[in-house]
Design a protein around this ligand. Structure first.
Ligand code: NI
Length: 177
């Protein structure tokens, strides 16, 4: 198990456009994926992009299990997505709170498209294609933004709804990602 340090907003790697993966199924890629999974699990994150651990490649992972502490949170199947492509399937946008392991302790209201199709590959190069809506679609947009050097505060339209969890939601247990 290798939990890696997560880079925080301001680190130059988080602003880069990450490079496509060209070789699938290599030992290096499998080791990187394992580190990403270990890091996401350790931080109890909903998703993680390779640039967040300093690797500027187009790889994201995400997934949310049912958690009795957050009974309203929608489940998202655990997914590894390499070289993702997103097609928006609506112009409808919904606002909701987001956090990010690279912006620890904070939350902001972010508008996101409500329905999309995503495609890409798993770590072995098998194709993946899915339609997602709601929270699942939000997570995909957030994680894929990381591959283009975009963090969620850059998607916000009202910075008065951006702040520290402890100040905005005192006494509530909220995941720090
Ligand atoms: Ni993030």
């Amino acid at each position: 198990m290798a939990v890696r340090d997560v880079l925080r907003m301001g680190h130059p790697v988080l602003r880069e456009r990450a490079k496509p993966v060209e070789q699938f199924g290599t030992p290096e890629l499998r080791a990187l994926l394992q580190d990403m999974q270990d890091t996401m699990a350790h931080k109890n994150g909903a998703g993680l992009a390779a640039p967040q651990i300093g690797v500027s490649q187009r790889i994201v992972i995400f997934g949310v299990d049912h958690n009795p502490r957050y009974p309203d949170a929608e489940e998202v199947p655990f997914t590894v997505l390499v070289n993702p492509k997103i097609t928006m399937l609506t112009r409808d946008v919904e606002e909701d709170w987001e956090g990010c392991l690279s912006v620890p302790g904070m939350r902001g209201i972010v508008p996101r498209y409500t329905k999309l199709r995503y495609s890409g590959f798993d770590i072995e190069g098998n194709p993946i294609e899915r339609v997602a809506d709601g929270f699942h679609a939000r997570v995909v947009q957030h994680e894929c933004d990381h591959l283009d050097g975009i963090l969620y505060p850059q998607r916000m339209t009202d910075l008065s709804r951006f702040g520290f969890i402890e100040e905005m939601f005192p006494g509530e247990e909220i995941r720090d990602d």
